[in-house]
Design a protein. Structure first.
Length: 194
C-alpha cells in the first residue's frame, strides 16, 4: 500500500492542504490502517509536522506497552480515559473508551467512567490511580508529596507511580493538541466494542 496524501479536510479547525507523507510518516499511517483500520485524525493533522508526529507516536507506544511488573492495560486505559474525560477531549474519550471496552468487555462499566468515574465500581487500586490522575489533570499545582500515599497504600509501586504520572502527562499533552486544534473524533472508536 502506498499513501501519497492523507486527507486533512474537515478533521480540525485548521485549513490544511492534504499531508504529503515522508517515508517515516507513511509507515506510521500504514501501520495505523493495518492495526485500527483508519488513520486517526490527530495523526493526519500532526502529519503537517512530521518530527512531532513521530515523537508523539514513539512516546504513545512507550507508555501503552504492558510489561511485567508494570501497570496493566486496563489501568493504563483507565488513566487515559479519566484524563480525557476531565479535559473533555472527544477524540481521546471515544478512543480510550473503545479500548477499555475491548479490554473489559463491559460497555456499561466503561460508560459509567465516561460519565463520572467516582460512581464507577473500581478496585481500591484503580480508585487511587483515578483520583490521583484526576487531581494531576485538574489542578497540577495542588499536587503534593502526600498525594502519593493512597497510591502506595493500594499497592502501586514506586516504578508504577512513574508510569501513572507519565501516562497522565502524555494524555494531557495529547488532549491539548486535539482541543487546541479542534481535531474531530474519528467515528470508528465510538462505534466499536459495544
Amino acid at each position: 500500500m502506498s499513501i501519497k496524501n492523507v486527507k486533512t479536510k474537515n478533521i480540525s479547525w485548521l485549513k490544511l492542504k492534504n499531508t504529503t507523507t515522508t517515508p517515516e510518516t507513511e509507515k506510521l499511517f500504514e501501520d495505523s490502517i493495518e492495526t485500527r483500520g483508519f488513520i486517526r485524525n490527530m495523526q493526519a493533522v500532526l502529519g503537517q509536522f512530521p518530527a512531532v508526529l513521530l515523537a508523539q507516536d514513539a512516546l504513545s507506544r512507550a507508555l501503552t506497552v504492558e510489561y511485567e511488573g508494570g501497570l496493566n492495560g486496563k489501568e493504563r486505559e483507565l488513566i487515559a480515559l479519566v484524563v480525557s474525560v476531565q479535559n473533555r477531549c472527544r477524540p481521546c474519550v471515544w478512543g480510550h473508551a473503545a479500548k477499555l471496552r475491548q479490554i473489559t468487555g463491559d460497555a456499561l462499566w466503561v460508560g459509567g467512567i465516561e460519565v463520572n468515574y467516582r460512581d464507577a465500581e473500581l478496585s481500591p487500586r484503580e480508585r487511587a490511580i483515578a483520583d490521583y490522575v484526576q487531581k494531576l489533570t485538574e489542578a497540577p499545582e495542588t499536587v503534593e508529596e502526600h498525594d502519593l500515599a493512597p497510591l502506595r497504600a493500594s499497592g502501586v509501586t514506586e516504578q508504577e507511580i512513574i508510569e501513572v504520572v507519565a501516562i497522565a502527562a502524555y494524555f494531557n499533552f495529547s488532549n491539548r493538541i486535539n482541543s487546541g486544534l479542534g481535531v474531530q473524533p474519528n467515528p470508528e472508536p465510538f462505534l466499536s466494542f459495544r
